[in-house]
Ligand binder design. Sequence first.
Ligand code: RIB
Length: 309
Amino acid sequence: MKKILVIGSMNLDFVTSVPHMPRVGETVLAQGLELVPGGKGANQAYAIGRLGGRAAMLGCLGQDSFGDRLLENLGKAGVDTRGVERRGEASTSMAVIGVDPQGDNSILVLPGANGLVDRAMVDRHLDLLEGCDILAMQLEIPLDTVAYAAKKAKELGKTVVLDPAPAVPDLPEELYPCLDLIKPNETELSILTGRPFSLETLGDSARLLRQRGARNVLVTLGAEGSYLLEEDGRETRIPGDKTVQAVDTTAAGDSYLAGVCVALSQGKDLPQAAALASAVASLVVTRRGAQTSIPDREEAQALLQQLDP
Ligand code: RIB
């Protein structure tokens, strides 16, 4: 099975329930507080491990108890953590997450040690990049590092997958040609392209990312499933499961990307990978928290068998 390296963020999430998201200037009384291992990068690595993939993580933690907890949790999913550095200059990154009764969330990230993931760190762990087949990244670490690692990975002939979250309108032009797959959700697609999102114009927006150089584009559409535009121009709609009762959508996108990477590492094609990823994300939204909501190996096996009997 191919190896997957995740370069990215690691956060301890402070999760609370809110009756609705606060508007500007509004104070809202929240209920309960849970501390849950999270961070888009760590969630992806953890989910890859839990889904039976071979994952390694490159990221940064502070020398504090939050960092201990995040590292320990990755170990439980069998993630290779040789690329996780413990540094004294910053605290472990944190996120404050409000979840509303519909299961939607609002997230504030305090970057902390994630900001220390720089070019030099990628160079220090070049063996991990050289030894992987697939590189997965997101945008909670410095953009310069993402662009640098993507270029290096491409030069080494790796498959490069980007989850452009949180999205920025000015993703460096030179990054797109390094991407074998970009996986925005509707909002991120709209930010990247500068066009309002609609199902009617979805294909045009995805084609714009292809014109910028990304080889394949996979857009997640929540309960509507996902949309895939492949390099040969083929378009596929992967239906969502509309019967799912979402409790908390945190980490759904991260687990989706993990599902795609695991399926690709097992030799599946992109439509098959998207189908597995959708099934994984549908399960994740029925549970609270980030890494606490990710299926274990048995559940993942059952999903895989269902899709590929
Ligand atoms: O995608 C969910 C994640 O976003 C949370 O775990 C939080 O830490 C933020 O990074």
